[in-house]
Design a protein around this ligand. Sequence first.
Ligand code: HEM
Ligand SMILES: *[C@@H]1O[C@H](CO)[C@@H](O)[C@H](O)[C@H]1NC(C)=O
Ligand SMILES: *[C@@H]1O[C@H](CO)[C@@H](O)[C@H](O)[C@H]1NC(C)=O
Ligand SMILES: *[C@@H]1O[C@H](CO)[C@@H](O)[C@H](O)[C@H]1NC(C)=O
Ligand SMILES: *[C@@H]1O[C@H](CO)[C@@H](O)[C@H](O)[C@H]1NC(C)=O
Length: 327
Amino acid sequence: MGGGVRILVAFLALAVAGYGVTRCAAQLRQDYYAAVCPDVESIVRAAVSKKVQETPVTVGATVRLFFHDCFVEGCDASVIVVSSGNNTAEKDHPNNLSLAGDGFDTVIKAKAAVDAVPQCTNQVSCADILVMATRDVIALAGGPSYAVELGRLDGLSSTATSVDGKLPPPSFNLDQLTSLFAANNLSQTDMIALSAAHTVGFAHCGTFASRIQPAAVDPTMDAGYASQLQAACPAGVDPNIALELDPVTPHAFDNQYFVNLQKGMGLLTSDQVLYSDDRSRPTVDAWAANSSDFELAFVAAMTNLGRVGVKTDPSQGNIRRDCAVLN
Ligand code: HEM
Ligand SMILES: *[C@@H]1O[C@H](CO)[C@@H](O)[C@H](O)[C@H]1NC(C)=O
Ligand SMILES: *[C@@H]1O[C@H](CO)[C@@H](O)[C@H](O)[C@H]1NC(C)=O
Ligand SMILES: *[C@@H]1O[C@H](CO)[C@@H](O)[C@H](O)[C@H]1NC(C)=O
Ligand SMILES: *[C@@H]1O[C@H](CO)[C@@H](O)[C@H](O)[C@H]1NC(C)=O
């Protein structure tokens, strides 16, 4: 090796090391808890499996909770905090977010299981537990299993006002969806892949009532599906009725969501628009045809979602003792 090359190599090594030092604290990584709680993933998985067996609706509830957590103040478990006397928390925003209780319960139970191991007590963040639990419910429902990045801290605040404008309403069109996801560093492809989370879980009649008005059924909806929905939601917006987002394979985490869109059987406007709009239709068609391609894109998008607004510096967050209460 010539002297010049050796100097260059040394310089590069220094540059890489320097980058590591300055960026290290701000990086998520897969083995984050290897030293302090090496079995954290299997502890969480066992707690989540038990919860899903007892209460299958846990699957959709947990996946949606993760999405809402990340889009409001970053993936920091701020969505799990309960309101206190002087503070209305994220989860109590008045727009009827209807986050199902089983998602919260899953995180609380998994946290208790982790904390029951002396070495792990108060070592693992609620934000990371939600990320692991989400991965686990998806795998339990037949979806892909994937390695998750860890090292998020829990947020120091949770306010209802912080939710305003951060979450997509079901009426959004493609441009609106794309720009809201772009604000979270997610591409249109990520957005389409993540929307397939609607392959599991439920939506209340009010979220699609405007599409099934007898006098004006949304022309992008299959007529037979519209009649079924009208029969199931007779009063239009009965707040107690929720229907399966994927009417064909409601409990399986699969690519049926995209096949449904091809047939005019997307439940929400924001679902069906992914097929109606020429710009996203080729992606829907590709993933309806090839579930491996969908799974690859979904895992990449979930990894990107898990990076949104994460807090890794101790000045920005901590490890909450009780996921529902700020320390
Ligand atoms: C693309 C924009 C999105 C819109 C407009 C949207 C909207 C909605 C709405 C209105 C519901 C029904 C809520 C109810 O009536 O209780 C729902 C449910 C759900 N959403 Fe989304 N969502 C979007 C993206 C996502 C993403 C990115 C994920 C996760 C990666 C997700 C996961 C879920 C799940 C799993 C449910 C079912 C919840 C349950 O069964 O408890 N959604 N979504
Ligand atoms: C609520 O009030 C208590 C007691 O006055 C105070 O210690 C606490 O910081 C307040 N919390 C918030 C979120 O304002
Ligand atoms: C939330 O739901 C309740 C009960 O269904 C309803 O009375 C209220 O108007 C809803 N609030 C909003 C903001 O939609
Ligand atoms: C689906 O995509 C995978 C990965 O890109 C590819 O290897 C496979 O051949 C495709 N399958 C079909 C049926 O096209
Ligand atoms: C998006 O990425 C940029 C550059 O990495 C980063 O500064 C910003 O905080 C990220 N935004 C969110 C919402 O994660």
